[in-house]
Design a protein around this ligand. Structure first.
Ligand code: ZN
Ligand code: ZN
Length: 90
């Protein structure tokens, strides 16, 4: 019974405490624990996800509308981006 209750609590946005960034396509996913976030595979391209502080900053910067490669710490400027579809590079 307790497991079932925990299972229910484990779903939904309230359980997302750690965000991770796909190193390939810049999609963002969220997980309840840092380890899950850091070891996840991208749901879009299957690439490696990273949940480190620098990727968290990149997610925040993308969210603020920054698209400049240097400001984001990326190799290429980002053309368009959203967390679900990732980035398209200029
Ligand atoms: Zn990806
Ligand atoms: Zn990282």
């Amino acid at each position: 019974m307790i497991a079932a209750i925990n299972g229910k609590l484990g779903e939904g946005m309230s359980s997302v405490r750690y965000r991770c960034l796909c190193q390939n396509c810049l999609r963002v996913a969220g997980y309840p624990t840092y380890d899950q976030a850091n070891e996840a595979k991208c749901f879009g391209c299957g690439g490696e996800m990273c949940a480190c502080g620098s990727c968290e900053e990149t997610i925040n910067a993308l969210g603020r509308g920054l698209r400049d490669a240097q400001a984001l710490g990326l190799k290429c400027d980002v053309d368009t981006w959203n967390p679900r579809d990732g980035g398209a590079f200029a």
